[in-house]
Design a protein around this ligand. Structure first.
Ligand SMILES: *Cc1c(COP(=O)(O)O)cnc(C)c1O
Length: 360
């Protein structure tokens, strides 16, 4: 039997989903089966958007699979990794019964999707240590087992904390939860990190799923293209729960252009620049007198504690710089998250904070 099927909601195990016009394997040269227009809209240049798209545009799926080093059937393309998070929670968690584990302070969508599905939320806080925040994998294992979790969301590199989780720890957690829960590794910022992807663990661990996105390093947030990578049975189930045509043709075309060899070469250059600027910004912030702590980061952002976070936030705003206020997040009552921008933008951040110190 499949390694994953027992983890799927019992009422969805034989769910076939919506049978769209595109998903049937019919042949012909006059397509009159989907109530589409016989004529293109003049606004639609080459007429590529006249017909419903393939639910999983094959060229895009193949290119993404190549990019992430997995088989096309191990990957589902969706509307950002946000949709993948929602699909995982809906497909695996029986409302009021099957919990999800999260590690605050962390990206908010896991809790939002749990709430929408009525899945209990189990929080295992990150631990703030000398090297930065880290996930308490032992406590996560205990909580997942004792609270009947079906999903564990690990964010690596962590948004907003910036730290990555060692793969050996993720593998051990997945081993301990095999047959009981899926360990989801959200690698939205994986391109900015030093280490390898958790996709390298998939062969040995059928209960790991990895989230990747074109929204951050690939600079295509508005195209809304993200993927979940995992066991092929899990991918099949998630696709059946997904909307019929989740990948708009203009978005697929844009993503494919962005993933061309030339596009990827430029993305690699931007990533290298962001990593250099991340180091520079970290050094400059660490020397800014109002800064209590700058956390090392494997992402394209820095988490910073201030003696007066409110004042720093206002000083940045007054200089026209908008950063993310983290003060409502657990353990982050004095912290802001600053995205690494262009060299000029980072200079403005540094100047605004240093000017504030001179004024004080
Ligand atoms: C930005 C972000 C996402 C959302 O990615 P989309 O693909 O744009 O939906 C997912 N996870 C984390 C941790 C993020 O920070």
């Amino acid at each position: 039997m499949s390694a994953i099927l027992p983890l799927v909601r019992p009422d969805l195990r034989d769910f076939a989903g919506y049978k769209s016009a595109r998903s049937e394997s019919l042949r012909g040269d006059v397509w009159l089966n989907a109530n589409e227009s016989a004529w293109s809209n003049p606004a639609d240049g080459e007429g590529r958007s006249r017909r419903y798209p393939d639910p999983q545009p094959p060229a895009l799926r193949a290119r993404l699979a190549e990019l992430y080093g997995v088989a096309p059937a191990a990957l589902l393309v969706g509307r950002g990794s946000d949709e993948a998070i929602d699909l995982l929670v809906r497909a695996l968690c029986v409302a009021g019964q099957d919990a999800i584990v999260v590690t605050p302070p962390v990206f908010g969508m896991y809790a939002v999707c749990a709430r929408l599905q009525g899945a209990p939320l189990v929080e295992v806080p990150l631990v703030d240590g000398v090297d930065g925040f880290s996930a308490d994998l032992e406590a996560i294992r205990e909580a997942a087992l004792s609270q009947r979790a079906k999903l564990v969301f690990l964010c690596s590199p962590s948004n907003p904390a910036g730290s990555a989780i060692p793969l050996a720890g993720i593998a051990a957690l997945a081993g301990a939860l095999e047959g009981k829960a899926v360990v989801v590794v959200d690698e939205a910022y994986g391109e900015f990190a030093d280490g390898p992807s958790a996709t390298t663990l998939l062969a040995a661990h059928p209960n790991i799923a990895v989230l990747r996105t074109l929204s951050k390093a690939h600079a295509l947030a508005a195209a809304r293209i993200g993927v979940v990578i995992g066991n092929e049975d899990l991918i099949t189930i998630l696709q059946r729960c997904q909307a019929p045509y989740p990948v708009p043709t203009p978005c697929a075309d844009l993503a494919l252009a962005g993933l061309s060899d030339a596009g990827l070469a430029q993305t690699r250059e931007r990533i290298a620049l962001v990593r250099r600027e991340r180091d520079r910004l970290l050094d400059a912030l660490a020397q800014s007198p109002g800064v209590l702590r700058v956390y090392p980061s494997q992402g394209n952002y820095l988490l910073v504690r201030f003696d007066d976070a409110e004042g720093a936030f206002r000083a940045l705003l007054a200089a026209g710089v908008v950063v993310r206020d983290q003060r409502a997040a657990p353990q982050l009552g004095d912290a802001l998250r600053i995205t690494v921008g262009s060299p000029h933008q980072n200079d403005r951040v540094i100047a605004a904070l240093n000017a504030r110190e001179q004024a004080a």
